[in-house]
Ligand binder design. Sequence first.
Ligand code: NAI
Ligand code: MG
Length: 332
Amino acid sequence: MKTVTLVPGDGIGPEITESVKAVFKAANAPIIWEEADCGLNAYEKTGTLMPQHFIDSLNRTGVGLKGPTTTPVGGGHRSINVQMRQMFNLYASVRPIKNFKGLPSFFEGIDLIIVRENSEDLYKGIEYMISPGVAQGIKLITAEASERIGRHAFELAIKLGRKKVTVVHKANIMKYTDGLFLDSIRKVASDYPSIAIDDMIVDNCGMQLVTKPQQFDIIVTENLYGDILSDIGAGLIGGLGIASGANIGEKCAMFEAVHGSAPDIQGKNIANPTALLLSSASMLDYMGELEVGNRVRNAISSTLANAHERTRDLGGTLGTKEFTAAVISKLK
Ligand code: NAI
Ligand code: MG
């Protein structure tokens, strides 16, 4: 048995983490959960968004599964996700975008992965009020972090038998910052002659994703662009309800859905737990539990393939709990 830090999170977080717990129990996954609050819930109880017991737990376990957390807007609150990625050096956000068999989507044949640099760029949080009415934010890009994410993308390509890495940037306008990002990744690419590399300007990439998404294999990009492009990617394959993700560092990894805490549907038993379930299956892969990971994924696929066994965001009628029960019934 291995221990995993579980953050139920805010909004729909507790409902969808319950779903993962139920599926893991039914699948006999060899995982013990160590629950730790984070986010708005934790803030209301302890006055801090990221309590020490969570930090200690993740340092101890090295692997976490996280429900979405609400970041209060303004008021000096820094995003819990951004803080967590920086504190634990979770430098790579990996988000697979792939069609689900039987699930209607705008396109067929999509199978791409977005590898997003998670530690710097405009999300570094270097922002100031220069004077009343004038704010400034600083975009920070380093060769070290850019090479590191480039290497992560190419290593992933080798591991998964992928053919091409596309660097997405805006180096035509931001010649120093995005220029450094692009150059750093080109430099790393020379160590991987079997993988093709090309590059694309981010606005064109947005357009290409919604017109010809099949052309992409692995996309590697900066923090802000990766954030936006992964939501576009989620929309392409059926919405945020099924888009999974992982934040990976050298010592530690945190698995979470792409979507947020969805306060508009909180507590109504209508949230789709698929995105977090798929993230939890990737977590099992990461921990070397490939057999259970595959069983969970297959059960989700066979459930989603039936139009009458989907949640409302996918045009179905099932609630969170009923969908979870359907997935459990398909576990082999
Ligand atoms: P959101 O992703 O929570 O919701 C966007 C829309 O998608 C809403 O209409 C919501 O109902 C729907 N939706 C999202 N997940 C769904 C699911 N599993 N099933 C069915 N429908 C789903 O984005 P929003 O509203 O911009 O953010 C809400 C809060 O979440 C904010 O406080 C934000 O900071 C936080 N957030 C947290 C993230 C994280 O913890 N990783 C990521 C993104 C946002
Ligand atoms: Mg996002």
